[in-house]
Design a protein around this ligand. Sequence first.
Ligand code: FES
Length: 125
Amino acid sequence: MYSEKVMDHFMHPHNVGEIKDADGVGTVGNPICGDVMTIYIRVEDDIITDIKFKTFGCGAAIAVASMVSEMARGKNIEEAMEITNTAVVTNLDGLPPQKLHCSNLGADALHRAIKDYLEKKKEKK
Ligand code: FES
């Protein structure tokens, strides 16, 4: 019931961990299951040069976070803001309907991390 891509990202997730002194940090909770995801980004000249995640979510959430981290790395922050939860699911070749809510954590946590980066940048000026 899970695609090969979901299984691959679940078994071998990319970019797991934390970035110390990250330029942006975004945490979101899933209102449906109560699970939580945090994304850390390193940004240079408005390009996401490094990204890591931690989640208390399920296997689908791990696959989602792994995929979103791959999609965001190397993008500028405007492009990364356009990554949607639906695009992440499409890149994973879909999720079972009962696990679709798990995809809500990925892009939302990324967008929150970018907003955090932008706020910190504003404060520095
Ligand atoms: Fe909570 Fe999947 S069941 S993120």
